[in-house]
Design a binder for this molecule. Structure first.
Ligand SMILES: [Zn+2]
Length: 110
């Protein structure tokens, strides 16, 4: 079995911090969506557009949280930094820019 030379502790901290940040932002988004009147809307069209933007941001955020949770699980399993597709180590450079990356650059979906 191949193993990674990546220091997963460093990434654990980064992932946990990023997750906390995302969850905080998602909670704020939820507040705004729950009570859109708290923002200053001039008409309903604006409000609908506003909801749409916030909802898509929320979806992106949830996707990232899920990816981070998966990465945290891989740290636990000691499979962090290993490509889920081909089993090769993911380059540290790639993990530095995307700590929750599950695939190496080669296997990355276009
Ligand atoms: Zn790969």
């Amino acid at each position: 079995m191949k193993s990674s030379t990546i220091d997963s502790k460093l990434f654990l901290e980064r992932l946990a911090a990023r997750k906390a940040e995302l969850i905080e932002r998602l909670e704020q988004l939820e507040d705004v969506l729950d009570d859109p009147k708290s923002a200053d809307f001039s008409d309903h069209a604006t409000e609908a557009e506003f909801d749409e933007v916030y909802e898509s941001q929320g979806k992106e955020g949830l996707k990232e949280v899920a990816a981070i949770n998966a990465a945290l699980k891989r740290i636990e399993d000691k499979s962090f930094g290993i490509c889920m597709s081909c089993g090769d180590p993911i380059s540290e450079e790639r993990l530095q820019s995307v700590p929750h990356a599950a695939n190496c650059r080669k296997c990355m979906q276009p």
